[in-house]
Unconditional design. Sequence first.
Length: 252
Amino acid sequence: MLAPTVFRSVNARKKKSTVEEALQNFAWVRHIQGPTTLQLLVEFAQLCDVLEQVQLSSEPDTFVWRFSGDGAYSAASAYGAMFLGSAALLGAKEIWKTAAPPRVRFFFWLTMHGRCWTGDRRFRHGLQDSNACVSCDQAPETMDHILLGCVFSRQVWSICLARVHLQDFVTVVEDQAMLWWLTNRKRIPKALRRGFNSLFFLVGWSLWKERNARTFDRGNLSVLSLVDSIFEEAGGWIAAGNRRLGALLVQP
């Protein structure tokens, strides 16, 4: 509301006046009653500036929905209005466009929101005694560390990138996983970019599963064994229709 103090100072009976009645000969000024406070004077001055530009006409009132181009209300425009002023999450749109099984895309959605139960998160909640990475025991086990920073993960990435001939385009360093992905995908030739998106999801998903196996099931695959399992699963994704990943794997 533009002038809530002024509105509260208007007699209840006068609040039923029409806009035309209130504006005629500045009748709205006489409707204001009660003590004159500093806030009332400030709002009164602001209201005078606004009303100075108002010109009444004989045209009937119309309703205009300002959240659509044509001024007409629609459910879609109302839904869009709910997000005005909000900031888009990094990678949110790209996650759902990437060709990968739903469970893998949902895993990266949780990763983006920081909702995966890594060793560091479990340690902060008092669920375990240490936050050290289960694979290297050299750093806190965050999601970024699992996907990119761990020496085990970097070795896996190095071999995977070499097998698809992308080692000259991508450098694996510990970084925010989603930022690293979105930055490096732009360095990939455009024809292979969607395939790289799927590969990033596949390798990240496999590293997470290996971490869980080591944490809860005493698993301990070697780097080469995990890489072999990644490309074996890639064959399943391709057989299910992931042509972009297939094009990446068969390139000379």
